[in-house]
Ligand binder design. Structure first.
Ligand code: COI
Length: 352
């Protein structure tokens, strides 16, 4: 891999105590091209503009998939990734669905390793600080025929971040718009799955909500995802989350929470859960928590939800499941506790 180090680091100009999510980028980025059936020319260069013609596939047909990961620094300056091979597997699944070529696992992992080692000073220690990692692949062929691109770029950019939401969030249950339909691309981390949420979410935000709880596209009955997160509902002491069908992203935080919950002896039900069931549990005082999970937020408590013009509030509870999972995951991610699952990988030692 070619590494061209920048001569002008921007590190000193960054106010790490006032970062807005996703607005600041580190000094370097990774780039690799796909041409004639091969991934070629892997390189790390200064973070900069890329040159691309207006006819590139991605602008017209949206062949674009991405991942979201984070790097965490412990107090002895070691940098850690959380289950990086799961992100590799998922970007491969996403690429396949979008008719894009698969990456080799070694390109993905060695690019992460090298880039993070180079920009290691951008990862600040302390809970809440991290570098959000955005690997992405897009169709770069200059051709507007409606066909899969013959050329692609795989890139990784890094963005130092603090927490995504400052507190709990309010969500509106979708009754009209859908995020994904059966047979579609909902399970892939395709760029278009996010872009298509912006308009309905902006309408919900005008009503005072932060995000939408997406429901099944056919009947708008079953809960699927919460904004850009997977969703969990706690009724009494049972934790319920929707199964990852073809309309739901197979979240890495989601599956880690399921594993931790099961190991703690919590009754976990992975099954469809309807809004009617949630409202009935609320009316009987049995609905204890709703929370979302994802890489960016980790765990995000939901304080109220809206459905059919009504607002349903959730009471704050001490030692909630959400806070328990958040604390266990945080300690694993920042190397503050043993890692019984082997989920943590130290940057610099990742085997490729
Ligand atoms: C993530 O949690 O990594 C996401 O995908 C959210 C992102 C769209 C900000």
């Amino acid at each position: 891999m070619i590494v061209e180090k920048t001569k002008y680091s921007r590190l000193k100009n960054i106010d790490f105590n006032n970062l807005k999510f996703g607005e600041v980028f580190t000094d370097h980025m990774f780039v690799c091209d796909y041409e004639d059936g091969n991934w070629i020319d892997p390189r790390i260069v200064a973070y900069n503009k890329i040159e691309i013609e207006p006819s590139a596939n991605v602008f017209h047909y949206g062949q674009a998939v991405f991942e979201g990961m984070k790097a965490y620094k412990d107090d002895s300056e070691k940098i850690w990734l959380f289950r990086p091979t799961e992100n590799y597997k998922r970007i491969s699944i996403s690429s396949q669905r979008l008719a894009m070529p698969e990456l080799g696992e070694n390109i993905f992992l060695s690019a992460l390793n090298e880039l993070l080692l180079l920009d290691c000073d951008w990862v600040k220690p302390g809970i809440g600080n991290s570098v959000y990692i955005r690997p992405f692949i897009f169709g770069s062929e200059h051709c507007i025929a409606a066909a899969p691109s013959k050329k692609y770029k795989f890139m990784i950019i890094l963005s130092p971040v603090q927490s995504y939401y400052s507190g709990s969030i309010k969500v509106l249950v979708a009754e009209k718009y859908s995020r994904a339909a059966s047979g579609g691309v909902g399970y892939a981390k395709a760029a278009g799955n996010y872009g298509s949420q912006f308009y309905p979410t902006s309408l919900a935000q005008k009503e005072g909500y932060d995000q939408i709880i997406w429901t099944d596209s056919k009947n708008h009955k079953f809960l699927e995802e919460a904004g850009t997160m997977n969703i969990f509902v706690r009724i009494e002491d049972t934790l319920i989350t929707a199964p990852t069908t073809d309309t739901i992203l197979d979240g890495i935080t989601r599956k880690s929470i399921i594993k931790i919950a099961e190991d703690k002896g919590i009754n976990v039900e992975v099954r469809p859960i309807s809004i009617d069931e949630v409202i009935e549990a609320h009316s009987k005082g049995r609905l204890k928590e709703i929370f979302g999970s994802g890489t960016a937020v980790l765990v995000s408590e939901i304080s109220s939800f809206g459905y059919k013009e009504k607002k349903f509030d959730l009471n704050y509870i001490e030692n909630s499941y959400a806070s328990t999972f958040k604390s266990i995951l945080t300690k694993i991610q920042y190397n503050l506790s043993p890692d019984p699952y082997g989920w943590r990988s130290e940057v610099g030692t990742i085997k490729v």
